[in-house]
Design a protein around this ligand. Structure first.
Ligand code: FMN
Length: 280
């Protein structure tokens, strides 16, 4: 088990049992869930409308596999649009804000602007397969923890071991596992990601023990999927492509089953009793 600085106390009660992953949390914000806004970069990369257009053009569904492959590459209106949330949107204090930097300056500026907005947590997205080489300064994790806002690191389903160790050693106590799987043509999500996500979650739990809060996602569509992730050691549950449907912002029917299963898992009425997420 990896040793790291001691996590300091309070419970991360702000994070609901069911998390809506980025970018879907930008517009799917139903009660009883915590939306993830972003992923924001320092500069705008095409804006919200362009992002939707590019999503339509670059997302492919492989019916036989139940898999989606996208190569959107973090289209977003830039971190400064965080000040201009859509009227009626959930307050930032109830949301996770996801960020990605292309240089050390980007990362530190993103941290500073995002922390000032006081979200429920900041998610460092260091796992998007569609933006080329991903890098971050060695002190990113400790600097992020020093903001006092709970920090989540979102990891890829491959080559994550050193990254998770570095994040934990830097004081990070929450990991979102996993982002899409890099494949030819982009990042794969949906059903085939689940066995990989499960093994990553199990391995993180074995390695870091109860001190690490794990937000688990990858192929969650049903209560049974939530149950499997709970058994593997997840503390919270995240959906992405399940929310990729035109009606998702308006009707919560599609997530009712997984939301209930996630609450049950947290209250201990099914499977393993997940630990509450501690604050960094
Ligand atoms: C079209 C599309 C765009 C995505 N964009 C982002 C993103 O901007 N930031 C991020 O952290 N993850 C992004 N993801 C990954 C999802 O948040 C999620 O981690 C992944 O799809 C696995 O979960 P799922 O199988 O439930 O979809 C994207 C996924 C898809 C399908």
């Amino acid at each position: 088990m990896v040793a790291g600085p001691t996590a300091s106390g309070d419970l991360l009660t702000e994070i609901a049992p069911l998390v809506i992953s980025a970018p879907f949390g930008n517009y799917v914000q139903h009660p009883g869930t915590t939306p993830t806004l972003g992923t924001y970069t320092w500069q705008r990369r095409g804006g919200r409308i362009a992002a939707m257009g590019r999503a339509a053009l670059t997302v492919r569904y492989y019916r036989r596999l139940g898999a989606w492959v996208n190569r959107i590459g973090l289209r977003n209106p830039g971190i400064h649009s965080l000040d201009h949330q859509i009227p009626g949107a959930r307050p930032i204090a109830e949301s996770i804000v996801s960020v990605h930097g292309f240089s050390p300056e980007d990362w530190f500026q993103l941290l500073s602007v995002t922390a000032a907005a006081r979200p429920a947590a900041i998610e460092l997205n260091i796992s998007c397969p569609n933006v080329g080489e991903i890098s971050w300064p060695p002190e990113l994790f400790s600097e992020a923890v020093a903001t006092g806002i709970p920090i989540i690191v979102k990891i890829p389903p491959v080559r994550y071991a050193q990254l998770a160790t570095d994040a934990f050693s830097g004081g990070v106590r929450h990991i979102h596992a996993v982002n899409t799987l890099p494949v030819r043509g982009g990042g794969m999500s949906g059903a085939p990601l689940k066995p990989i996500g499960l093994s990553v979650v199990q391995r993180l739990r074995d390695e870091f023990g109860p001190e690490l809060g794990i937000i688990a996602g990858g192929g969650i569509r049903t209560a049974a999927d939530v149950h499997e992730y709970a058994q593997a050691g997840a503390d919270r549950f995240a959906i992405g492509t399940l929310a990729m449907r035109p009606s998702a912002p308006f009707s919560e029917k599609f997530l009712a089953e997984v939301r209930r299963a996630a609450s049950d898992a947290l209250s201990g009425s099914t499977g393993r009793v997940p630990t509450p997420l501690p604050r960094d």
